[in-house]
Design a protein around this ligand. Structure first.
Ligand code: HEM
Length: 121
């Protein structure tokens, strides 16, 4: 049950990030709505919390199971490139580059989650 919730929230997270990215490119007022500012924090916190709860329940230690360590590093990179895309990027060209970078990290995280194999380590 935890796993399905975790996966559903992961899909909502990338969908909401994509929506905010598109709204940013279009200069949409929707970005100023209160729920748009609050929801991503709640969703991403839930996603991380559920992941940690599962890792503890299944006794998966990232220092022993390198796939989890690599997954966590991929998530940190996803969060940073996502922040860059929505907040730091100077213009739409950099925003598109940032978005593609964040998407790449997200896909790497999903791949690691599904195969439980490291890609870089
Ligand atoms: C962007 C963030 C994340 C994404 C996209 C993501 C994605 C996924 C997916 C798709 C699965 C299901 C894999 C399967 O089919 O078995 C999964 C399972 C899991 N995830 Fe995540 N996850 C994220 C964050 C985290 C975090 C932060 C942790 C823990 C620190 C974590 C720990 C786990 C664990 C322990 C499982 C279950 C593995 C098992 O069944 O043995 N995840 N994740």
């Amino acid at each position: 049950m935890f796993k399905h919730l975790h996966m559903t929230i992961a899909v909502i997270s990338i969908a909401l990030f994509t929506l905010r990215f598109i709204w940013l490119l279009l200069g949409s007022e929707n970005l100023n709505k209160k729920w748009v500012k609050i929801a991503p924090h709640i969703i991403d916190t839930l996603l991380l919390l559920l992941g940690v709860v599962m890792a503890v329940k299944l006794a998966i230690n990232p220092f022993e199971q390198l796939w989890l360590a690599e997954k966590i590093m991929g998530i940190i990179a996803y969060i940073f490139t996502g922040y860059y895309t929505l907040k730091l990027a100077r213009n739409n060209m950099f925003r598109v580059i940032g978005y593609l970078g964040a998407l790449g990290w997200f896909l790497l995280v999903v791949r690691i989650a599904m195969t439980k194999q490291t890609v870089f380590f």
